[in-house]
Design a protein. Structure first.
Length: 1060
RNA sequence: GGGCGGUUAGCUCAGCGGUAGAGCACUACGUUGACAUCGUAGGGGUCACUGGUUCGAUCCCAGUACCGCCCA
């Protein structure tokens, strides 16, 4: 039964993938035949996610490397898995609960909610896996990992020890002083009420406003404000009793701690060190703040003076830190203005006292609520309006003419009616605003207590490893086993260095429920060092107990201990308790839900003791930190965690450190750098020796694909339409290192056609008996026919090119080399050349050609398989009974020694001759079907041999009837000049003399132009002296060949002239 | 404002010291016993600009212009 005309991808893909999986083709170590291992860790997609173009690209490249190594016999593991995507997953589940009319997360409670999340994970966690399978990804799915596996509450089937690994690392790092708790500014998402990472913040330029306000100097003081232009000429001089401030966020004025100017700014020199008044809030409690100097303010921007709100702006935070300015928090977790704490009057007084030099702890400052009573509880944007209105009403806004262009759309036409009226200066200008990428809310920088990794302490080895790796790479001496890491392309190593050299502490706590809960427990502070029992008997009476409770436990903060489980942490608390006076030294540690509960339980316990005097009933309540760890903290452990660490599994021993990480440039900071730091900190080894960083897949116009733009290409739809192979080949062919790829469907269609091409070449072979009784031996054919010798050499050439390209991660070079070979060499020439042999040859010729063609097609399938796995596997199965599937076929190792130089030269001559004849015919409008005679006036020995051996092919492909020698050419000939030969097509009657003349002249003029350049070089003695010898030789040969060809054309032109 | 990158055929992009390439698109011809998801032939480029290094520059260096991306 003849083959179909095209490959039915939709029908075959699933069948083939199932066959691979069923045969265990992808399991770790499958097809291994040598000791070397090759391991790639998949960048874990979100468990909530679905396949987008970036995944398709990323995983195609990984699959190519994996399949290539597996076929070469490496002990190969492609480790798949997903991460739990804390915020995204929690959001999806909450939305779903709301949609189904269920109670919300908080009503439901943590445990119940997490059950729902696990349920949901069970239902849809497999989506991305199935999508990766459709792409053809040859991961070892039996090892599929998940960053939450083994967490408390994980259902059956979600075991595994990733959770243990994460917790162990936290505890170890904590014990080594690498993790600490602190109050720092973080990105706060008011919708999800959690800290989020920089990665989850999108800075978007939006139309915004900049308000200009006057901060009056304390006590009505005045100074002379002088403004000069760049030449030093005074352009403004006036007495002022205020300093002018510009802000895009007026509501944060309430928390200002200072006004800063640049030390070099002469305009404000007279008032530096003085106090000014924040122009908002009740008049009687206006807060005064100092005017300070700092390098941060840009004298050229706005007024040059910057208000400093340390608790709500990242730059201000730095200024406040440097200058000891208190950082007053204004908002609650929903970004509403605070309602807690003492009345405003008290708080303002406290703040003023601090300004006057009063000591205050971080916690005490945080307790101060500087929101005026009437603004408390307002949403931040509502509060902004109110603040603006109040300041404006008080005439403390900076004013300008109503036609000031800075007002933007609100400005009147210049000179229009009312243009000279004064209005508040509110500049309309684009501002960069941070948005939560999930919540789409404006992110609020917020001063909160969080857990941090002290990255400064672990960054060194991560920097060193890549510095060494890049140095080796540059020196061309890269060694995969040397324990260093290179980043390709080099540019991305710069990004890595830049980020790590300026690294900030890493905030790893998230105020979420879905994630690894931080293994830290808190207890009320029992430090009794300041406490003296009245009798000095080291035992407490009731009065002392009460005092200790009231003054100590409750007033003071909490203490915490870190351990992997409650038992261990209990022991740690008990060690501390043991130092307390009796009866407290033997309190039983119990777990409660939080601090409030702890205070209650402790009070109850003491009250109970009061009555019972039974010390065994005394309990000491502790509560666990409710926060979870940043998802990146767990995915930072991906390389060791997926291999079973902290257990010493055989996989860990075998595959770690892994080999290559393939990932997008957008997560170099967030993931690559962190994996480097974490692996080095935890197991003191690099996680991989090579990081290949690829760019973004954009739409065909170069726009980033986004749902809101509607320009998203869905890889699954593309696979449906064109087949996975076409999508994969397209992505591969466009994967030039470090460049974005702009994807268009016409390109994919083009590569789908490529698949059809190889399909039909195979179909031709099959129809001509090439595979009849074909029993592949793996032996390289040693044919006698020139054309067969030639194609064997071409196969060897492309094999080297492909291996070289893949070894250098030049995926596009590999794809393009294969495309050019399969289509341009095999289909365009070899198949055509083979026709006379297969159809009219001797039995020996037929047999030899069949054997060669079978081998050639096998090689095409093998070499193409890593890029186009499906169609190649299908053809492999169609054409013969094989010992192994193609996915496990042996990758060839033959080299260019298979090239027969003579055959190569001869076939290139034949091809050139055919092309010349075809070109001449087409230009002379000879009907394509017409068979014509050909003459030659000269033909060297090589040419004669070549003609003799390939006559049938040339005649067939160039539609030539005969070849005869001619001493003189008849009138009306078309001339064809090739190396060592001058041919002519006698076309009297058909030929247009003028056209032939034009054709020859055009060719000749191009030749002459080339010759001029070549000869110019050769005549230059410095060229001959300084250029490499082979370049000079090459130039000479080329010049000679061109001279010869030009001579032939001139003869032809003379002949034409006689004719005319 | 700082950093990184780009500017090569109509489009999308390779190349990178020594004859300017590919795919797609375009034009003409073609049912040649694998393929019209095809074949054959063809048109199309002062390799952004200005200097420099070199025997030789699209390629290396410096500057200019424009366009991206990241970070402020």
């Amino acid at each position: 039964m003849p083959m179909e005309k095209t490959f039915d991808a939709a029908e075959a893909e699933q069948r083939l993938y199932e066959a691979w999986e069923k045969a265990g083709c992808f399991t770790a170590g499958a097809n291994a035949s040598r000791p070397e291992t090759f391991c790639i860790m998949i960048p874990p997609p979100n468990v909530t996610g679905s396949l987008h173009m970036g995944h398709a690209f990323n995983n195609t490249l990984q699959d190519i490397l994996v399949r290539w190594h597996r076929m070469r016999g490496f002990d190969t593991l492609w480790q798949p898995g997903q991460d739990h995507a804390g915020i995204a997953t929690q959001m999806v589940v909450e939305r779903q609960l709301a949609k189904e009319g269920n109670p919300g997360r908080r009503e439901m409670g943590r445990e119940k909610f997490l059950e729902k999340v696990w349920d949901w994970k069970g239902q849809s966690g497999g989506t991305i896996v199935n999508q990766l399978k459709r792409l053809g990804a040859s991961c070892d799915w039996s090892r599929n990992a998940f960053t939450m596996s083994g967490a408390p509450g994980a259902p059956e089937g979600e075991d595994g020890n990733f959770h243990d690994a994460v917790i162990k690392v936290f505890v170890d790092m904590y014990n080594n002083g690498l993790i600490y708790r602190g109050k720092r500014l973080v990105n706060w998402d008011p919708h999800f009420e959690t800290a989020i990472s920089d990665l989850e913040v999108e800075n978007i330029e939006v139309p915004g406003h900049m308000w200009h306000f006057k901060y009056p100097l304390a006590g009505g003081e005045t100074y002379t404000y002088v403004e000069k232009d760049e030449n030093g000429t005074v352009i403004l001089e006036e007495e002022r009793d205020y300093i002018s401030i510009a802000t895009t966020r007026p509501e944060t004025m309430l928390g200002d701690g200072a006004v800063a100017v640049h030390p070099s700014d002469e305009r404000y020199a007279p008032i530096v060190g003085k106090l000014c008044e924040i122009p908002v809030g009740p008049k009687e409690h206006r807060r005064l703040i100092p005017i300070i100097t700092d390098d941060y303010p840009d004298p050229a921007f706005g007024s040059g003076a910057v208000k400093i709100t340390g608790a709500h702006d990242f730059n201000d935070y730095g200024v406040a830190q440097r200058n000891g300015i208190p950082k007053y928090r204004l908002m609650d977790t929903r970004a509403h203005l605070r309602e807690d704490g003492a009345p405003y009057a008290d708080c303002a007084r406290q703040a003023q006292a601090i300004l006057g030099g009063a000591e205050a702890s971080e916690a005490e400052i945080d307790a101060i609520n500087l929101v005026p009573d009437h603004l408390r509880g307002l949403d931040r944007f509502e509060a902004r309006k109110r603040v603006i209105d109040e300041i404006t009403a008080e005439m403390l806004a900076v004013m300008t003419r109503a036609d000031d262009p800075r007002l933007g759309k609100a400005a009147l036409e210049p000179g229009a009616e009312g243009a000279d009226a004064l209005v508040p200066l509110v500049e309309a200008k684009p501002i960069m605003q941070p948005f939560g990428d999930r919540s789409k809310q404006v992110i609020e920088p917020m001063l909160t207590d969080q857990w941090f990794v002290d990255t400064q302490k672990i960054v060194g080895p991560a920097l060193d490893a890549v510095r060494k790796g890049m140095a080796a790479q540059e020196a061309g001496a890269f060694d995969e086993t040397a324990g260093y890491t290179r980043i390709l392309p080099e540019r991305d190593a710069k990004t890595y260095f830049h980020w790590l050299e300026n690294i900030e502490p890493w905030c790893i706590s998230r105020q979420l429920w879905w994630g690894h809960q931080i293994p830290v427990w808190y207890g009320l502070d029992l430090d009794a060092s300041h406490f003296a029992d009245d009798e000095g008997d080291n035992a407490l009476d009731d009065v002392e107990l009460y005092r200790l409770l009231n003054e100590g436990f409750v007033q003071r903060g909490a203490r915490h201990h870190c351990a992997a489980d409650f038992e261990t942490v209990t022991a740690q608390f008990q060690d501390v308790l043991a130092g307390l006076p009796a009866p407290l030294h033997a309190m039983r540690v119990v777990e409660v839900s939080g601090r409030t509960a702890a205070e209650e339980v402790l009070a109850e316990s003491l009250a109970d003791y009061n009555l019972s005097q039974d010390p065994t009933r005394l309990v000491y309540p502790i509560w666990r930190d409710p926060d979870v760890l940043d998802t990146w903290f767990s995915s930072g452990l991906w390389p060791i965690g997926t291999l079973g660490w902290p257990e010493t599994t055989p996989e860990l021993a075998k595959y770690f450190p892994t080999d290559v990480l393939i990932t997008g440039f957008d997560i170099i900071f967030f993931w690559v750098a962190r994996m480097m730091m974490m692996q080095l900190a935890v197991v003191d080894q690099i996680p991989f020796h090579t990081v290949y960083v690829h760019a973004l897949v954009r739409d065909e116009k170069g726009k980033k694909m986004s749902k809101s733009l509607g320009n998203v290409l869905d890889p699954l739809e593309l696979i449906d339409e064109y087949g996975a192979d076409a999508v994969r080949f397209t992505l591969t062919a466009m994967a030039a290192m470090g460049r974005d790829l702009k994807l268009s469907t016409s390109r994919i269609a083009g590569y789908r056609n490529f698949g059809t091409k190889i399909w039909n070449a195979t179909r031709f072979a099959e129809m001509n008996g090439v595979f009849q009784g074909y029993a592949p031996t793996g032996d390289i054919p040693a044919p006698g026919e020139t054309v067969n010798k030639w194609i064997v050499g071409e196969v060897a050439r492309v094999r080297e090119a492909v291996d070289e390209a893949l070894a250098a991660y030049r995926f596009n070079d590999a794809a393009n080399a294969l495309y050019a070979f399969v289509w341009g060499k095999v289909c365009d020439w070899y198949v055509e050349f083979s026709k006379p042999l297969l159809m009219d040859g001797t039995e020996a010729q037929k047999a030899e050609t069949r054997a060669t063609m079978a081998w050639v097609i096998d090689q095409c399938l093998i070499l193409l398989h890593p890029i186009m796995p499906y169609i190649t596997e299908e053809l492999w199965g169609t054409t013969a009974d094989r010992r192994k599937m193609l996915v496990h076929a042996d990758w060839p190792a033959y080299g260019v020694d298979l090239i027969d130089a003579g055959a190569d030269r001869e076939m290139n001559w034949v091809i050139a001759l055919i092309e010349e004849i075809r070109s001449a015919r087409a230009q002379m409008n000879v009907p394509a079907g017409a068979k014509i005679a050909m003459l030659y006036t000269e033909l060297d020995e090589a040419g004669k041999t070549a003609w003799a051996r390939n006559e049938a092919m040339i005649q067939r492909m160039a539609r030539i009837e005969s070849l005869t020698e001619a001493k003189t050419l008849p009138k009306g000939c078309v001339t064809i000049a090739v190396e060592g030969g001058a041919f002519a097509l006698p076309l009297e009657g058909i030929i247009d003399v003028a056209e032939e003349k034009a054709r020859l002249e055009k060719t000749l003029s191009k030749l002459e132009k080339d010759l001029k350049g070549l000869e110019g070089r050769l005549k230059n003695p410095k060229f001959v002296e300084s250029a490499p010898e082979d370049v000079v030789e090459e130039t000479k040969d080329l010049a000679a060949a061109k001279t010869e060809e030009a001579a032939k054309l001139r003869v032809a032109l003379e002949r034409l002239a006689e004719l005319a």
